[in-house]
Design a binder for this molecule. Structure first.
Ligand SMILES: Nc1ncnc2c1ncn2[C@@H]1O[C@H](COP(=O)(O)OP(=O)(O)OP(=O)(O)O)[C@@H](O)[C@H]1O
Ligand SMILES: [Mg+2]
Length: 389
């Protein structure tokens, strides 16, 4: 299919998209490289294998091969690979404004985008979170669910005109949605910029629910896109801050530090480069702000509930490094600016929340107690550290 890669209303390039093997087989013309996805613009200037990068980026926008229970989802959708979904619904997403316009078509962004136009999310939600194995031919493939990234089961829904992302736990683990809400509770109290998560129940499962933080005029650019082949890996933090500041982003360092403080408190093991970034205006390409903190679900992992101690084996992520959580604190310039008294009462609040849903999650009192003890010990450890410096 000859098509134009569009960024909202701007033509980026003209290419041949091979719908059978799901790659871009030819690039006919570059129209506006500045409006290309950031990592592609970079690849273009660096004269890398641009066509391969384009295909790689496009596949990277779809459901990944490591999505939890992907085989079951595909079977329910009656398809064999998530790549089949990539160019359905023009490849539109709710995290950016790129789409594929068939060449010679008069269709316009305003006619089709999912920010303005409703989509059927309920059946996709149903098959995503139901335990039944029956396939459904009622699922509409005209939705932004074709282009969601990440490991966890997720779906977009619309409620009162707002687009919300619902996200489950990994396999039978139930903590992720609660961790997202805990992150929200901490961020709210501490004044960190964040995506507000709440809980919802879908098919008797507790999931997290958060509003879309992208608008029709913006896109999320991940730290991965910003740094990929664009930094010295052992100096990525400093270079990342420099790049953001050069692009006019305010409080870049402070906001990153806030995120790492949250990760420290929650023992978040999953702050990979796809889990933070910046927001860019797609009309004028101005970098606006750091993205609000999202995806803190993979936290508070306790390996063993030994009576004497909590056995914790996870590591924190810091750009291209994986290291113990204390390491994160060495990266904070002015740790004294954090007032942890703002977290007084948090553990009790979280304890109540976990108990409130325990008839659905089957979390035992003992487990809840251990989780809240761990949380309290993290807060106290950080308090001691702040006092000591
Ligand atoms: N509220 C939101 N608004 C817009 N885009 C979002 C929102 N939340 C997540 N996204 C996009 O969806 C992607 C996947 O979401 P998220 O990171 O929460 O899922 P995940 O399955 O937990 O990911 P991971 O594989 O990192 O564990 C994000 O990387 C981001 O691009
Ligand atoms: Mg993620």
């Amino acid at each position: 299919m000859k098509c134009i890669l569009m960024n909202k209303n701007i033509e980026v390039l003209v290419a041949e998209y091979d719908q059978e093997i799901k790659v871009f087989s030819k690039i006919y013309e570059i129209k506006n490289i500045k409006y290309a996805p950031f990592q592609l613009e970079n690849a273009y200037y660096k004269k890398e294998t641009f066509r391969a990068s384009l295909s790689e980026w496009f596949v990277g926008r779809g459901i990944p091969s490591w999505r939890d229970d992907l085989d079951i989802l595909l079977s329910k959708l009656n398809i064999s690979t998530p790549k089949e979904l990539l160019d359905k619904a023009f490849g539109l997403s709710l995290s950016d404004q790129y789409w594929l316009k068939p060449y010679n078509s008069n269709i316009k962004y305003d006619d089709i985008n999912f920010f303005d136009h409703d989509f059927q999310g309920s059946e996709f939600t149903n098959i995503t979170f139901s335990s039944s194995n029956t396939s459904s031919n009622k699922v509409s493939l005209i939705s932004p669910n074709n282009t969601t990234d990440g490991r966890l089961k997720k779906t977009w829904i619309i409620e009162n005109k707002t687009r919300y992302l619902l996200k489950g736990g990994y396999k039978n683990e139930v903590m992720q949605p609660f961790n997202e809400v805990l992150a929200t509770m901490i961020c709210k109290r501490m004044g960190f910029k964040h995506v507000p998560y709440e809980l919802a129940i879908v098919n008797d499962k507790v999931v997290s629910k958060c509003p879309c933080f992208i608008t029709k005029d913006t896109e999320l650019i991940s730290a991965y896109q910003i740094l990929h082949n664009n930094c010295h890996k052992n100096n990525a933090y400093i270079e990342y801050i420099n790049i953001l500041e050069e692009h006019g982003i305010k409080n870049a360092r402070e906001n990153l530090e806030d995120m790492f403080i949250l990760d420290y408190l929650m023992l978040n093991e999953d702050r990979h480069l796809g889990n933070f970034g910046i927001i860019r205006n797609v009309e004028n390409l101005k970098w606006l702000e750091t993205a609000p903190i999202f995806d803190t679900g993979q936290s508070l992992n306790i390996l063993d509930y030994n009576d004497e101690e909590l056995l914790i084996n996870g590591a924190g992520r810091f750009f291209y490094e994986s290291n113990n959580f204390d390491y994160l604190l060495t990266k904070i310039k002015d740790i004294k600016r954090y007032d942890l008294n703002k977290l007084d009462g948090l553990c009790d609040e979280f304890d109540s929340l976990l108990h409130k849903y325990s008839s659905i999650t089957h979390m035992t009192d003992r487990r809840i107690d251990k989780i809240c003890t761990l949380l309290m010990s993290r807060i106290n450890k950080l308090k001691r550290y702040i006092k000591s410096v």
